[in-house]
Design a protein around this ligand. Structure first.
Ligand code: URA
Length: 236
């Protein structure tokens, strides 16, 4: 692909604007040698104003979604895309969130521009466990683990039962729940079906990828082995 198109597709500007950036000498190699629009150089050798170029198409990012941000592209309030450089919204192919977290849910959120990969992560058939830590308004009764694992729990106004989900009790009002589906408000509705109420909800992992110590609001691209790790079983 021609450099102007490649850089424009990464959201740095229109093709006209990127062509101007070349003419202004803002695009160079790691030694500071100015590049020209017709040059053939590997992606990792391109600098814009001295900064490495963003990763090419096929990108996967992880973010620690903070409370209060929504996963939509446009919303009245704060959206998760506001936490990325503005050019990330202009990438082609477009960057999407891998599923959604509610405004009041924090934790591990993935983004990708790879539709097939996105589908593989969210498809219940792929059995990628999404693990949530919930704090609850009331003490657990003791029968929730069995109920959630049953494969027969039907949420209100739904027509198919939930796939089995695994509950790990951490304290009388704190538990981790691993689900392989992504139904609307699923975790909150599951605890509601068990007569409880979720007060805080935080996603700690997706498959074998854990949020770790990434601070709230921070994000970073994933390396290829980390993307592969999503499809490995979650760590205990
Ligand atoms: N389940 C919920 O209820 N909310 C989320 O954000 C994710 C899963």
């Amino acid at each position: 692909m021609k450099l102007v198109k490649l850089i424009a597709n990464l959201g740095y500007g229109s093709r006209k604007e990127v062509a101007l950036m070349f003419r202004e000498g803002r695009i160079a190699d790691p030694d500071g040698e100015v590049l020209y629009a017709d040059d053939k150089v590997p992606h990792e050798h391109i600098r814009i104003d001295g900064e490495p170029l963003d990763p090419p198409a096929g990108i996967v990012l992880m973010m620690h979604k903070p409370l209060g941000a929504t996963c939509s592209r446009k919303d009245q309030g704060r959206v998760v895309y506001d936490l990325l450089p503005p050019r990330y919204r202009r990438r082609d192919p477009a960057l999407s969130t891998v599923g959604r977290l509610d405004r009041d849910t924090s934790g591990l959120l993935l983004f990708t521009d790879d539709g097939a990969l996105l589908h593989r992560i969210i498809s219940p058939r792929a059995q990628v466990a999404k693990v949530y830590e919930a704090t609850l308004a009331s003490d657990l009764r003791g029968d929730e683990g069995e109920l959630f694992a049953s494969g027969t729990l039907m949420l209100e106004s739904e027509t198919t039962p939930l796939a089995p989900a695994q509950l790990q009790v951490l304290a009388p009002r704190t538990a981790r729940l691993a689900v392989t589906e992504g139904r609307y408000h699923q975790v909150r509705r599951m605890f509601a079906a068990a007569g409880n109420h979720v007060e805080t909800l935080h996603r700690v992992s997706v498959g074998g990828l854990a949020l770790g110590d990434l601070p709230a609001g921070a994000w970073r691209p994933l390396a290829a082995d980390e993307v592969a790790g999503i499809f490995l079983p979650a760590l205990p």
